[in-house]
Design a protein around this ligand. Structure first.
Ligand code: PAF
Length: 282
């Protein structure tokens, strides 16, 4: 595995590989790699000649009060995982390399950010879109891989790729789950045993909603109430939101039709967990 620290070298190597006709699969990360990232890497490895991953904790996507310095980092562990998953090039730039000067141009995301987690993180997705624009230009990938656990981020990246005509295919990868359905997350370790048991109800409530839709329910409000009732009866965690939108444009809908997302967030004592289900309704 080659570790590359500069944009110039990254672009040069990728251009050589592209000239040889190689397809490049890219998994952008902020490090502290876990099974979710590994699933993305495994899929990207299978579908491309070359697997590139990046590790960069992007200051631009952290808001006030979100502690950038406290973000967990462990490069030795991450490079071991990357090696194990067959990463060919690990792009590991410094903040100075990515942002040598204060940016004179940044990307502003106009839609898809005022709902779900974006509501409580103003500017977050602008930072994500800006760093991805830079990373896409450095890595020149044919395909990029993102986890659907963060479905709002996938929706924003879909907008970025289409609106800016990046010649890149976005591959959205299904959420990796524990045996009882809980979405895997580095935050699950913050749950006490009692909360861990209740946390399975996030996915159970989504399955209940799916079942009701399969039986013909088409009213988003009824689905939201059904989920809230299920969670309130079974979890002591505070519901942050339960929302239903069209997907990937994240518009409000009066009736369940076409591709939709049902998304929720719950606050446990030391962890805020999110989950979602994307359904195609015909
Ligand atoms: O999902 C993440 O880890 C980050 O938001 C990303 C896509 C690597 C951009 O910094």
């Amino acid at each position: 595995m080659n570790i590359i620290n500069t944009i110039e070298e990254m672009q040069a190597r990728m251009l050589e590989l592209k000239a040889e006709g190689k397809k490049i699969g890219f998994v952008p990360t902020m490090g502290y790699l876990h099974e979710g990232h590994m699933a993305l890497m495994k899929k990207a490895k299978k579908e491309n000649h070359i697997l590139v991953a990046s590790i960069f904790v992007n200051p631009l996507q952290f808001g006030e009060g979100e502690d950038l310095d406290a973000y967990p980092r462990d490069f030795n562990h991450d490079s071991m995982i990357a090696q194990q998953e067959g990463v060919d090039y690990l792009f590991y730039p410094s903040v100075k390399e990515m942002y040598p000067n204060k940016m004179s141009v940044t990307v502003t995301v106009k839609n898809r950010t005022e709902v779900l987690c974006g509501k409580s993180r103003p500017g977050h997705f602008d930072g994500v879109a800006t760093v991805l624009t830079k990373l896409f230009h450095a890595v020149l990938p044919d395909r990029v891989y993102f986890g659907l656990k963060d479905a709002q981020q996938v929706a924003v990246v879909d907008g970025l790729i289409h609106d800016f005509n990046f010649p890149i295919e976005l591959v959205a990868v299904a959420t990796v789950r524990e045996a009882d359905g809980l979405a895997k997350s580095s935050r699950n370790v913050y749950l006490n045993p009692f909360e861990r048991d209740q946390a399975k109800e996030l996915y159970q409530s989504l399955l209940l909603a799916k079942d009701s839709i399969n039986k013909g329910e088409r009213d988003p409000k009824t689905i939201i109430e059904l989920i809230k009732k299920h969670l309130n009866q079974r979890c002591e965690a505070k519901i942050d939101y339960v929302e239903v939108y069209s997907y990937p444009d994240l518009s409000v809908i009066e009736e369940l039709d076409g591709k939709i997302i049902i998304a929720l967030a719950l606050k446990f004592s030391k962890a805020r967990l999110i989950d979602n289900l994307i359904l195609e309704i015909v």
